[in-house]
Write a protein that binds this ligand. Structure first.
Ligand code: NAD
Length: 341
């Protein structure tokens, strides 16, 4: 039985061959469909172990055909060692036989699906005339988040800020050819005050207040992406108590999200309820809305199955015999037996 092995380079080749914006559009659609089909999917809160240096997590999800699992980390001090804060590995298995069919780097995929999930939330929660996006934290996820959100609002300009000037410079270079006006801010407040849609994607460990309540204006939509594990949050809790807050999976959000600081009373809905039409998203231009994103396995399921379809269509990836191929499936010992059969 063959298994498809996809390196980070293979994944990047696939994305480049169809184009970043095309890839994002298709992935946003797939993530939205996954949320719409919520009841047909199996998902549980991820299993997460915390360490002084960061967090390691396992994230399973499935429909009746495909089972996916992602292993992912979050290590905020990694960049100072020349390593990424987030890296991930994705596995796809066939539900019918249980056999794995693909193992892929899921680092790039994680950034795309995080952007796609924020785009879906933005579609239901932001004002439809949102033209100005602000981003706090211009690290690895930032370009993906901005580009994904730009697919669902009429984005004209981006205010951006990071405590690391070199991260801002990198962001500017990567974003300069997409046609947006780029405004480098000198602090987080300036970004928050200008934003129709605000994205927080900082990686500081601790209960931080990257955004204060009095900095954001009425009608803003916030995608709070960086606070995604116990004891790691970004927003002034008063924003949450004044806002319509939407989470991905309540049980997981209460442990890992911004709402760990404010409790379940501050949660309006899970995202699937908006996508399925069970609850309305934004209802007026004055509401403050928050997507308290932590990242759930359903989003990875949508991304990994999409990657598999593309890899198959484009013939990308190394096909290898990975698991045992046995003449007699009951004779596993034949692999180590001394006598020849
Ligand atoms: P990164 O380390 O590459 O970038 C984070 C950036 O935040 C850095 O450039 C850092 O200088 C900046 N920063 C830290 N404190 C700041 C502050 N107070 N103001 C402005 N900038 C600040 O990390 P990344 O891969 O871009 O991930 C960002 C965060 O998003 C991490 O916390 C990660 O765990 C989280 N994340 C969430 C999801 C999700 O689904 N919600 C998915 C992926 C990553």
């Amino acid at each position: 039985m063959h298994l498809k092995l996809l390196t980070a380079e293979d994944v990047s080749r696939i994305v480049k061959s169809i184009g970043v914006e095309n890839f994002l559009d298709n992935l946003i659609a797939r993530v939205e469909v996954a949320f719409a089909n919520w009841k047909q999917l199996k998902v549980v809160p991820r299993v997460s172990f915390s360490y002084a240096s960061g967090v390691l997590e396992v994230m399973p999800a499935s429909d009746s055909k495909w089972y996916t699992v992602k292993i992912v980390n979050g290590h905020p001090l990694n960049p100072s060692k020349g390593l990424s804060t987030v890296v991930a590995l994705g596995i796809l298995a066939d539900v019918e036989t249980g056999y794995p069919v693909m193992v892929a780097d899921a680092t790039l995929l994680t950034a795309f699906r995080t952007g796609a999930s924020s785009a879906v939330a933005t579609k239901y929660l932001a004002r439809s005339d949102s033209e100005t996006l602000g981003i706090l934290g211009t690290g690895a996820q930032s370009e993906f988040l901005c580009l994904a959100v730009s697919r669902v609002i009429p984005l004209k300009r981006i205010f951006y800020y990071d405590i690391d000037p070199s991260a801002m410079k990198k962001f500017k270079v990567n974003m300069m050819n997409f046609g947006f006006e780029l405004v480098e801010a000198s602090n987080a407040r300036e970004v928050a005050e200008q934003s129709d849609v605000l994205v927080t994607a900082t990686a500081a460990k601790g209960r931080c207040r990257v955004v204060e309540r009095n900095w954001v204006r009425q009608g803003v939509h916030i995608n709070a992406v960086g606070g995604d594990s116990p004891g790691k949050t970004e927003l002034d809790p008063r924003i949450l108590t004044d806002a319509k807050v939407v989470v991905e999976l309540l049980e997981q959000a209460l442990v890992e999200g911004e709402v760990q600081n404010t409790g379940r009373e501050t949660v309006y809905a899970e995202l699937w309820e908006l996508v399925s039409g069970l609850k309305p998203g934004r209802v007026d231009d004055e509401e403050i809305t928050v997507f308290d994103s932590v990242g759930i396995a359903v989003e990875d399921w949508a991304a990994i199955t999409y990657l598999y379809d593309l890899a198959t269509e484009l013939g990308v990836g190394l096909k290898i015999d990975f698991v045992p191929s046995l003449r007699n499936p009951k004779d596993l010992f034949s692999l180590v037996a001394l006598c020849q059969r």
